[in-house]
Design a binder for this molecule. Sequence first.
Ligand code: NAG
Ligand code: NAG
Ligand code: NAG
Length: 256
Amino acid sequence: MLCLVTLILLVAPRVVSPSNDNQNKSLFILAGQSNMSGRGGVGKDKWDGVVPPECRSNPSILRLSPGLNWEEAKEPLHEGIDFAKVLGVGPGMSFANSVLAQNPSLAPIGLIPCAVGATKISDWFPGTFLYTRMMNRTKVALQDGGTLRAILWYQGESDAINKEDADQYKERLENFIYDVRSDLNFPTLPFIQVGLATAMGPYKDIVRAAQFAVHLPNVKIVNAEGLPVGGDYVHLTTPAEVKLGQMLADAFLHNI
Ligand SMILES: *[C@@H]1O[C@H](CO)[C@@H](O)[C@H](O)[C@H]1NC(C)=O
Ligand SMILES: *[C@@H]1O[C@H](CO)[C@@H](O)[C@H](O)[C@H]1NC(C)=O
Ligand SMILES: *[C@@H]1O[C@H](CO)[C@@H](O)[C@H](O)[C@H]1NC(C)=O
């Protein structure tokens, strides 16, 4: 009998159906481009599989899967969400571990990964696939007894490629923040963005200035300047993503 129970526990999938899990999770939306999704440790078309201690799984850190089930979160966190890409380490797991280390009362954490590489902010306007999917996923997560705590946003590199996009970035970002908050009926939802360091496009300085010029309530910004970029010259390294996750956690927990 005992053996049977053990066997069942061993083979049971580690998936918790949203309807069976009414814990009051601390929910976080993760959205934006590849550096939010995670490419840390990705070399020649392959992830090195290295998960630093700061990014380890923990039964108190869950993720909403692509099929809308809660499961124990693990790297790569955006698996199945940022599809058809080679994914690696992003800031999400490091963020969640750092939040829990500093404030265990926020457990369990429910991460809602939504980021997709190479997307422009216009790909996130209301009515687009990305916006609708993010809203759908967040609403499913909320139905299950969670409290939405913040949205983490790392985007803008693709809007630094042409001047028209860069010039419109401030207004588009403010509209995005407004739309997300209003569609979630949460006008003070904390919005934590990452200020671009370098970008592929020539108009990085315009986008970065726009990011820092947003002065809406409960909008915070952490600065990616100085974080190391990998051998591909395009993506943050694993140590950089670990550090970024910790910076986002500090921004969420403390007054910056
Ligand atoms: C969940 O936690 C939040 C914040 O602590 C609290 O405001 C809310 O009432 C709690 N909800 C439930 C269903 O316990
Ligand atoms: C969002 O949810 C609606 C209603 O369930 C569904 O029809 C739609 O396909 C979903 N869209 C995305 C992009 O997830
Ligand atoms: C990722 O972030 C780094 C550091 O800010 C930046 O140099 C790079 O352009 C970004 N890559 C993409 C694809 O957005």
